[in-house]
Design a protein around this ligand. Structure first.
Ligand code: SF4
Ligand code: F3S
Length: 106
């Protein structure tokens, strides 16, 4: 499956959700995750993310491996999102900032 990594946090552009053919994105307050049991590896979402926050599980950047389990865990708790919405207000400022994991809201 594909995995949403740290740079989505506090950006949440949501362009990704519109292209997913199996509706496997789930939405939290300031982050999205992919349900690994639903993702069919179609690859469509990866280029849609302006924050480059979507990777194949086998190719997540170094240091981001914890997001594989986090996507699995939070997709069980958060509701499905299928419609694009406005990014979070300060998305442009947070895009690319390192160390956002402690800011993840559940
Ligand atoms: Fe959905 Fe395809 Fe992205 Fe998986 S790779 S989350 S199926 S758009
Ligand atoms: Fe997040 Fe990128 Fe989607 S910032 S909400 S993974 S378009």
């Amino acid at each position: 499956p594909f995995v949403v990594i740290e740079n989505c946090i506090k950006c949440k552009y949501t362009d990704c959700v519109e292209v997913c053919p199996v509706d496997c994105f789930h939405e939290g307050p300031n982050f999205l995750v992919i349900d690994p049991e639903e993702c069919i590896d179609c690859t469509l979402c990866e280029p849609e993310c302006p924050a480059k926050a979507i990777y194949p599980e086998d190719d997540v950047p170094a240091g981001q491996e914890g997001f594989i389990a986090l996507n699995a865990e939070l997709s069980k708790q958060w509701p499905v999102i299928t419609t694009r919405q406005d990014p979070l207000p300060d998305a442009a400022e947070w895009d690319g900032k390192p160390g956002k994991l402690p800011l993840l809201e559940r």
